[in-house]
Design a protein around this ligand. Structure first.
Ligand SMILES: Cc1cc2nc3c(=O)[nH]c(=O)nc-3n(C[C@H](O)[C@H](O)[C@H](O)COP(=O)(O)OP(=O)(O)OC[C@H]3O[C@@H](n4cnc5c(N)ncnc54)[C@H](O)[C@@H]3O)c2cc1C
Length: 381
């Protein structure tokens, strides 16, 4: 049975729902989201830490963060209470004076681009987090940084867009896509859907979806763990995201507990979602040395989990045309998909409706890989 729509979005994670939301706000009709699972947002979006920051070292990451923060501020009243975007701050800390010098240079670069970031001495760091231990040379603090609730943001996008006419189909796995003169034909189990435009918002599966149209997209799934501590009453009820820049371990509050993250550079690419109990031992020392209250609270393994980052070779997203006319990409967010979802969704919608995006996303083109124009970000977490 053949069905048709104008714009088909593959994937109902935070990215696909944001694209749909912005299309609907721009008055676009005939938008359909196709999701293989029976519910929205059950992929990487449901596993995210929800951090949002503008403390980056590339023009495009900073621009995407500032645009996302502005959009989130603009939607705050509509999203209601408690706030979906909480400006609890991001505090980067180092005990290494040499590292502090490069953090100082990064903060100058950021400030020149409108980021609210302070360079701190030891006293400044301890004012934000008197509970950290170990040597402190200084750090940086971004006051508009903080957290976004990934589930509530996704649900907001979806609720708002479906009430404006966007349709969503669950259990609709796109198995193949073909292009002919009339547009695209998407194979959905026994049925098919015709569309004029297709948006790839398939998260860790983006490479597979791109390959359906012969597009080479270097996005790999990479497992990432989040550890939940036991109840931790000795830390304040609201703390910034605190990143030990010397080890890469970061902590934030989640209810009466603390969430702990660390990126294992040796993790191989693959769809492995199993929780690795050895991960806890690997970071135990680093947690103990910098965050003794968190170490004392212990790790609750049953509440800890693993999810998939969708990683590109330069840890920047791929947003925009794919090379196949009418097929757009919004993929490879490399740990920044929740925080950049608002700006990314708007950019894709703008490309479809107006032909250009208000944020300059040219650096994020898929063509950069073939051209060898990779973007270098040093503040990757
Ligand atoms: C542990 C962890 C911590 C993270 N922390 C942060 C953070 O602090 N800040 C931040 O910004 N980001 C963070 N991220 C990254 C963030 O979660 C992702 O970048 C973001 O969720 C990507 O959203 P998405 O919509 O592209 O992907 P997903 O949420 O995975 O959605 C893709 C959807 O596409 C569907 N799909 C796939 N293939 C098909 C198909 N063929 N047909 C139909 N449907 C299909 C999937 O079922 C899925 O629902 C974290 C990720 C992990 C795993």
């Amino acid at each position: 049975m053949s069905d048709s729509c104008d714009i088909a979005i593959v994937g109902a994670g935070v990215i696909g729902c944001s694209v749909a939301f912005h299309l609907a706000r721009m008055g676009q009709r005939g938008v359909r989201i196709l999701e293989k699972e029976p519910l929205p947002g059950t992929g990487s979006t449901s596993r995210a830490n929800g951090g949002i920051r503008a403390q980056f070292t590339t023009e495009v990451n900073i621009a995407m963060s500032l645009a996302s923060m502005a959009i989130l501020d603009g939607l705050a009243d509509e999203m209601g209470d408690p706030p979906v975007y909480r400006k609890a701050g991001y505090l980067f800390v180092t005990g290494d004076p040499k590292k502090l010098r490069s953090m100082a240079a990064a903060s100058e670069f950021q400030r020149a681009r409108g980021v609210s970031v302070d360079l701190l001495d030891e006293g400044g760091v301890r004012r934000h987090a008197p509970w950290i231990a170990g040597p402190v040379a200084g750090g940086t603090y971004g006051s508009r940084d903080g957290f976004v609730d990934p589930g509530r943001l996704t649900n907001f996008f979806l609720r708002d867009s479906t009430s404006a006419g966007v349709q969503i189909r669950y259990g609709a796995e796109v198995g193949a896509i073909e292009r002919d003169q009339a547009g695209f034909r998407l194979q959905l189990g026994a049925g098919e859907l015709r569309a004029r435009v297709v948006v790839n918002a398939a998260g860790p599966y983006a490479k597979r979806v791109a390959a359906m149209l012969g597009v080479e997209l270097p996005v790999e799934p990479v497992r990432r763990h989040l550890l939940m501590s036991g109840p931790c009453a000795t830390l304040p009820p609201l703390i910034p995201m605190v990143i030990d820049a010397d080890t890469g371990v970061l902590v934030r509050r989640e209810g009466d507990r603390i969430l702990i993250a660390w990126s294992n550079a040796d993790e191989p690419a693959g769809f492995n979602l199993t929780f690795d109990p050895d991960f806890v031992e690997r970071i135990a020392d680093a947690v103990d040395r910098r965050f003794p209250d968190v170490a004392a609270a212990g790790i609750d393994r049953r509440r800890s989990w693993a999810g998939l980052y969708e990683v590109t070779p330069d840890h920047h997203a791929v947003i925009g045309p794919s090379g196949v006319p009418g097929f757009l990409l919004a993929n490879g967010f490399s740990g920044h998909g929740v925080m950049h979802s608002t700006a990314a969704g708007r950019a894709v919608a703008e490309l479809i409706v107006r032909g250009r995006s208000s944020v300059d996303i040219s650096a994020l083109s898929v063509g950069r890989f073939a051209r060898g124009e990779l973007i270098h970000e040093t503040m990757v977490l």
